[in-house]
Design a binder for this molecule. Structure first.
Ligand SMILES: [Zn+2]
Length: 270
């Protein structure tokens, strides 16, 4: 008898859109295990910490168990697993092996991933016999995103462009999404929005999801959220002081097409 497809909740957004917060909230469900930013083919990811504090992440008890079982059962490891390998059979086998191992090690049914790679999300969804994918599309007000990129000294025109492209993709793939969420709505009405999100994935919402302890989580990356243990869900409005008046005007105007198309997608999906 064929085994049941593995449920995968996949958060897609541009960077700095609140995906770490959303990941912590969804990941608080007792049936969900969050892998976080799951880009194991990126050498930088392999050096990143686990949210539990272990650095690099694969030295933590959970990830080292996953690594050992992968080696014993499939001849793979966290270092050589091909999560995005181009060959379809290998893609299926490697992703299935690691997700199944994570399920076995953690005893959680759902995998939560926030690699923010829509191409990977679509590829997983094209294998419905193996994975049941629930894409959550997340969007934030563009000035908020731009301020985070400015802190990293990135070109703001690049983010204006990518923001609108990503919103267009969310429109294009709206029927395939489980839920389309705006970061500002999540901060304003976390219980209501989280109920909607969890319902879209077939899970119940628990109030305890709003109270997290990052040190009990094993997301890859997420260093910054480990420092924030006060469970405050308040919108990050530091963009108001970080952006110049000219940058605020530009980001507000250039964010309009993406915002409109994202809201249209959400409206049409209802
Ligand atoms: Zn850990």
């Amino acid at each position: 008898m064929a085994s049941e497809a593995i449920p995968v909740i996949y958060i897609d957004s541009v960077g700095h859109s609140g995906s770490t917060l959303l990941n912590l909230l969804i990941g608080g469900h007792p049936q969900v295990f969050s892998v976080g930013d799951f880009q194991l083919d990126n050498p930088k990811t392999m050096q990143r910490p686990c949210l539990c504090g272990a650095t690099p992440f694969y030295t933590c008890p959970v990830w080292s168990s996953v690594d050992q079982i992968l080696k014993d059962s499939a001849g793979l490891s966290l270092q050589n697993v091909g999560l995005n390998v181009s060959d379809r059979d290998e893609f299926r086998q490697h992703n299935l092996s690691i997700f199944k191992t994570i399920q076995d090690v953690t005893s959680r049914k759902y995998i939560l991933e926030s690699s923010k790679d829509i191409a990977r999300c679509l590829r997983l969804a094209k294998e419905p016999d193996l994975f049941r994918v629930y894409p959550i599309f997340l969007k934030r007000y563009l000035p908020g995103v731009a301020a985070s990129y400015k802190k990293k000294k990135r070109n703001l025109w690049d983010i204006y462009f990518h923001y609108n492209v990503r919103c267009f993709y969310h429109y294009k793939y709206r029927q395939f999404a489980a839920c389309l969420v705006e970061y500002e709505d999540l901060c304003q009405a976390p219980v209501e929005i989280m109920r909607q999100i969890m319902r879209s994935t077939g899970l119940d919402f628990f109030d305890s999801q709003l109270k997290w302890d990052p040190l009990t989580r094993h997301n890859i990356g997420g260093n910054h959220m480990r420092l924030n243990r006060n469970n405050d869900i308040v919108p990050d409005n530091t963009w108001e002081s970080l952006l110049t008046p000219g940058e605020k005007v530009c980001a507000s105007i250039f964010g309009l097409p993406g915002t409109w198309i994202f809201r249209l997608a959400r409206y049409l999906k209802k």
